[in-house]
Design a protein around this ligand. Structure first.
Ligand code: ADP
Ligand code: MG
Length: 158
């Protein structure tokens, strides 16, 4: 399933829509080059979860955690600066996945073996300065439900 964004606000809107579907233990993996819009999509997800603090790529501290409405927690990872999969143990990546939060992972595709069995994968490609294509792929049943749910919400909104 593909979504097209023609402006940064649209990408943020996609994130807000996705947030309405997200429950504890859900995992969203964001792929795409630097500047694709992974962090802006996450900003939309955070807004949809009731978080309005500044969302930046947690590139230097690898993970940032936010308390959301309704007792949910958002864990936002950026694996760009990790070189080896073993480093994921040092930052308690696996422990956090099991901790019952909503997990968003920028550059999660760098370590495919580290990803759980079931997640929503969103691959963003840069089509022009302002246009992006977001490919939604459900890996496992929950990932598929999220992909279909998001696609139908966006279709319904247009
Ligand atoms: N349609 C769009 N969606 C998302 N970002 C866009 C879009 N058009 C332009 N941009 C720009 O692309 C950049 C995306 O940055 P960011 O979200 O930090 O990317 P990433 O986290 O993938 O490296 C920002 O500078 C943003 O202004
Ligand atoms: Mg980023």
């Amino acid at each position: 399933m593909m979504l097209r964004s023609d402006a940064i606000e649209r990408t943020i809107e996609f994130g807000r829509a996705l947030a309405k579907l997200l429950e504890n233990d859900d995992v969203v993996v964001l792929c795409g080059d630097l500047g694709a819009g992974k962090t802006h999509l996450t900003k939309g997800i955070a807004e949809g979860l009731g978080i309005f603090s500044d969302i930046t790529s947690p590139t230097f501290n690898i993970m940032r955690q936010y308390d959301c409405d309704g007792g949910k927690v958002l864990c936002h990872w950026d694996l760009y600066r990790l070189d080896e999969i073993e480093q994921l143990d040092d930052v308690d990546f696996y422990g956090m996945l099991e901790s019952g939060c909503i997990t968003v992972i920028e550059w999660g595709d760098r370590f495919p073996e580290a990803l759980p069995d079931d997640y929503l994968k969103i691959s963003i490609s840069l089509d022009s300065a302002t246009e992006r294509t977001l490919e939604l792929e459900g890996i496992g049943p929950r990932g598929l439900a999220l992909a279909q749910g998001l696609a139908s919400m966006i279709a319904g909104a247009e």
